[in-house]
Write a protein that binds this ligand. Sequence first.
Ligand code: C2O
Ligand code: CU
Length: 493
Amino acid sequence: METEKEKQRYFSRREFLWISGQAGLGAVMLSLGESVLAPGRAGAIDNRGGGLREFHLEAREIMWELAPGKRIKAMAYNGQVPGPEIRVREGDKVRVVLKNSLSEPTTIHWHGVDVPNPMDGVPGITQKPVQPGEIFIYEFNARPAGTRWYHTHFQEHKQLDLGLYAPLIIEPTQPDPFSFDREYSLLLDDWAVGSGRPVPSTHEGTAGVRGGMGHMMGDMMGGDHTHAYDTMTINGKAHPATQPLKVRKGERVRLRFINASAEHTHVVQLAGHKLHVIYTDGNPLVQPVEVDAVPLAPSERCDAFFYAKNAGVWSLTCRQPGHSGAGEEVHVVYEGREGDRPVGLQTESREPTLWHNALGRGRDVLPRSMGGERSFDLILSGGMMGSDIWTINGKRYPDTDPLRLRKGDRVRVRLTNQSPEAHPMHLHGQSFKVLAINGSRLSTPIVKDTVDVEPHIGSVVVEFTAHNPGDWFFHCHKPMHMEGGMITLAKIV
Ligand code: C2O
Ligand code: CU
């Protein structure tokens, strides 16, 4: 166990820390916010990984103000939306003490982290739900490095939607392949407040290499039959309540985008600057890819940097119809230019270039396979005539056929989407390579843990090494689809 002094040294340069006195737990709580890093920071942190890091989270109901006058009954970790950012170093032993002060059960899933199966947070599969008043202790090694996140895995259509999510940043032990001067984590979320104009739902996908993605990603037809999403937030706040991102001219600024939305795809763009994509779901590319805007399906992450070389105040916003008006906008403010009038996206004379998965060349960071080769075909269907039934190979979970695997197997899964809506498919416990999208092979596959499969016979082929034994959820990350049955299990023995 680290001493308090070591903890202080570890955090003091860039994070606001206080030691909570409550119940004598000595809890370390971190606030979400900016981190200012000196160049070459990796060497400056006296922690080579392997330390024990303990965090205390309390899930409870709160009144949360999304914007002035827009208050909502939310669910939060430690009274804030998003919950506190947990920042650890690769290889650290992480212990999270979860106290459930909700009036219903809950669990936490560590999305994108290769945790041991009993720590995966799937109620009924890897653990019993944590009942009101109970405490559950999660323990795992922080691995692999990257932009991960944590969120409830209990009745996500309600609990995730109401704010039980937060960033989990695992810093690499090796120097970061892409250096940066400053970073921000930006969690994007959709809310159904019940006031304001509903935002069109997203049925289209993001994964595509089909015809350059176009501009009409929003689908104006057929609204959502359960929620009318009318508010969009960045770090729990809707514009004008969003917290401005301060930068200094000359800096290279890293943005970690995390889409915590239940339903909506976002297409983020920063006025006056290009975005350089460097990580997909937390996993590094060989080299940055310069684009104008980045689409993110639910649960996808993307790290991109921009060069702060255009002083002023600029809007970082979403291109999806209705989203910026619903609050999805934050200002990037250069030091010394605080009084400038904010500049929004210009109406371009050319189509913006959008990130898509085939543009990236991934670094092969996955474990080598040692065993057999297995392949599976999963047909995603459902949602016909607005139904809430979603299937894999014609079956709804728990009747879906599991992928039965042995540790070390190299597993290929072809996902084909016969339904009218995109499905961001997420595998627990291990990440995969994206080998092909809509029939086109990726030259150097990128590594992800969620991939969006486009509607109307879109397809994706993924490959992974079944290195982590246990029963792992493989499911659509849209809670309504998941609860409608679009889940299967990868059973690795
Ligand atoms: Cu983000 Cu089943 O998880
Ligand atoms: Cu889906």
